[in-house]
Design a protein around this ligand. Sequence first.
Ligand SMILES: [Zn+2]
Ligand SMILES: [Zn+2]
Length: 285
Amino acid sequence: MRLTFWGVRGSIPVPGASTLAYGGNSSCVEISAPGAPTMVLDCGTGARALGLHLLGQPSRKLILGFTHFHIDHTLGFPFFAPIYAPSFDVEVLLPGQEVAEARGLLMEFLNGIFHPLRLPDIPAPVRYTSLVPGLTRQVGPYRVRAVPLNHPGGACGYRVEHGDKALAYFTDTAPFAKPDEGVAVGQPPTAAEERIIAALRGLDLLVFDTMFTREAYLERMGWGHSYPEYAVALARAAGVPLLYLFHHAPEASDEQLDALAARWADSKDPVVRLAREGGSVDLEG
Ligand SMILES: [Zn+2]
Ligand SMILES: [Zn+2]
């Protein structure tokens, strides 16, 4: 299994001179495995370039999972070329919501007002599948579990397994404990952290929301985002060997992200890297 980052930003795309190295597109990742349909998680603005790339690939089957419908995770959907190609077969995963309810939310966005495309007029055959949070479900060759996160309005992370490899994409989420409790301060996990740690056990790779610094988190605890020290503590508690920091703040410059990467470069438990647009993690080799 391989994961490729097409958009690594939170909140809003930030193209420009200060984001050239890590990229300015908002959240979108691609998961692929030999002989398996491509799985796309979130459709931020990174989905535009991914869609063009997929047009050139032989497979016409796609699985597209949303974590939630905030615009930094959906804005690329009407610009995702495969939904305009009738030869594509797209299965959309909607965690934690009934299909009708989730389609209704997407239709409020794709209603001919905010974008010319209306959801019912998508040319490609699109099927919608509701995922029950907490239950593992077979989706094509992948075993997929949606896990409820701590985010205003709700969001679900994804645990995805293929063969003997497992990864998780957990964005957007605040910590699962108060600042003076749980794994962040070296205490036993809270009950909410136990639930998340159970969902992370056995992973080869965790991608986790670290939009804030710890100081910014303490000022904005209700905003639903986490910080690097928390992601590291959680990954360590779950025995995850490799952590990618993700959903970078729009104001984080390449220089600042390089400094963050340098701060964690020596970490071994887990190994810590920063998500970078165009970067891939190959779990097979
Ligand atoms: Zn977001
Ligand atoms: Zn969000």
